[in-house]
Design a protein around this ligand. Structure first.
Ligand SMILES: Cc1cc2nc3c(=O)[nH]c(=O)nc-3n(C[C@H](O)[C@H](O)[C@H](O)COP(=O)(O)OP(=O)(O)OC[C@H]3O[C@@H](n4cnc5c(N)ncnc54)[C@H](O)[C@@H]3O)c2cc1C
Length: 364
């Protein structure tokens, strides 16, 4: 008998497990495969609410800013977590992209965000790897990043040491409510009982009653290259905004530079395409020509779990106050992980919603 069973050990489920465990709950955390190796593994590890801001996404921005603060708190708390705080450069790929970047910059300033407009020598001095053809950029000092592939396994160990019962290769098949109000869960070859159930299964399709909300998987293809032998090539997250070619980014980590990404609605299809790879490489090469001779380390793709509104969802299921869903973290899930986990723990233990997630209900 557990207090809470969590299905799905990605950043969302792991973070919820952490905060629920801190609240004194006995937790069973199940993953169908290996903990932390779903979409969370596929990500770029950017914690960049300012840079990711789109005009219609102010609510997600505010949640992102709140979650960023929790990442800093985690860095003080967890000695295995290192944050890279160099910041993000949001670049115009060509002169035709300047007006749009200016509008974004004005919007960021209007919202009181810490951003700086850079051009010419000032931009080159800050990030010498950028092509001299890059006409302008917005520098966000508060946007940061981490190597999430280092963090996630350590976080899993930390959860285990804190007393969370973490079981891998144990997929949730179904759940039912017993007469006494407890939740009976069928997972792997086992049957478990708990007072509450949290479904945090990301973009994976779930059977029957276990699928309370429609999730649209949005494929993102990725490439990583090895940094040059002499040291890092790029120091900042570089995000490319091009009206002609679309978006892309470079996210430098200690032992790899991640180049991403596509945004494609392809169902559960995770295959890579020549066009996807070409789009990423073309944009990244225009921004940072020095990637040309770097060795390719890996190619992969991941499925961002999105709702129709593209907002996250955290809620109890209608008519079933013991069963909750935490999903739809879409393209911000690493950033939003701490906040959504904390909010889930708060909702499940007190019935109250953190203000930062007020709008992330099943009704929205
Ligand atoms: C290419 C790409 C780049 C990205 N870059 C960033 C970024 O830079 N910054 C950022 O903030 N976000 C980024 N994201 C988004 C982020 O990765 C996701 O929003 C986040 O990982 C979602 O976390 P999750 O825990 O909901 O899902 P997941 O990490 O997928 O975790 C869900 C888990 O549930 C398990 N599961 C599935 N079905 C079952 C079942 N029946 N029973 C038990 N377990 C089950 C899975 O095995 C999986 O481990 C990116 C995403 C992609 C694809």
């Amino acid at each position: 008998m557990y207090d809470v069973i969590i299905a799905g050990a990605g950043i969302a489920g792991m973070s919820a497990a952490w905060y629920l465990q801190q609240a004194g709950k006995r937790i069973l955390l199940l993953d169908a495969h290996k903990c932390g190796q779903g979409t969370s593994w596929a990500a770029a590890g950017m914690l960049a609410p300012v840079n990711e801001l789109e005009f219609q996404e102010v609510e997600v921005l505010q949640a992102g800013v709140a979650s960023l603060e929790l990442w800093h708190q985690w860095a003080r708390e967890f000695d295995f977590l290192t944050l890279n705080t160099t910041g993000t450069l949001d670049i115009a790929l060509g002169v035709e992209d300047i007006p749009y970047l200016q509008r974004v910059f004005a919007f960021q300033q209007q919202l009181g965000l810490q951003v700086q407009w850079l051009e010419g020598e000032a931009l080159q001095t800050l990030e010498p790897a950028l092509s001299r053809n890059i006409p302008a950029a917005v520098h966000s000092r508060t946007d940061i990043q981490l190597e999430h592939r280092e963090f996630l396994p350590h976080f899993a160990d930390h959860l285990r040491q804190a007393g969370v019962d973490l079981r891998e290769h144990c997929p949730l098949h179904s759940w039912t409510l017993a007469e006494d109000g407890t939740v009976q869960v069928q997972a792997g070859e086992h049957s478990f009982t708990a007072s509450q159930l949290l479904l945090a299964t990301g973009s994976a399709p779930l059977p029957g009653t276990a699928a309370p909300v429609r999730i649209y998987p949005i494929r993102g293809q990725m490439i990583s290259v090895a940094p040059p032998a002499g040291g890092p090539l790029v120091h900042h997250n570089v995000r490319i905004r091009s009206k002609t070619y679309g978006y892309a980014y470079l996210a430098p980590k200690p032992t790899r530079i991640i180049l991403g990404s596509t945004t494609e609605e392809m169902g559960q299809d995770t295959r890579l395409t020549a066009g996807g790879m070409m789009d990423i490489l073309r944009k990244c090469y225009h921004a940072v020509p020095g990637i040309y001779d770097l060795n390719v380390l890996e190619t992969w793709s991941g499925l961002r779990p999105a709702t129709l509104s593209r907002h996250p969802v955290l809620d109890a299921l209608p008519g079933t106050p013991q069963v909750f869903v935490l999903n739809g973290l879409y393209r911000h899930g690493i950033l939003l992980g701490p906040l959504m986990g904390r909010a889930a723990a708060q909702l499940m233990t007190t019935g109250h919603r953190l203000p930062a997630v007020a709008g992330f209900t099943l009704a929205n």
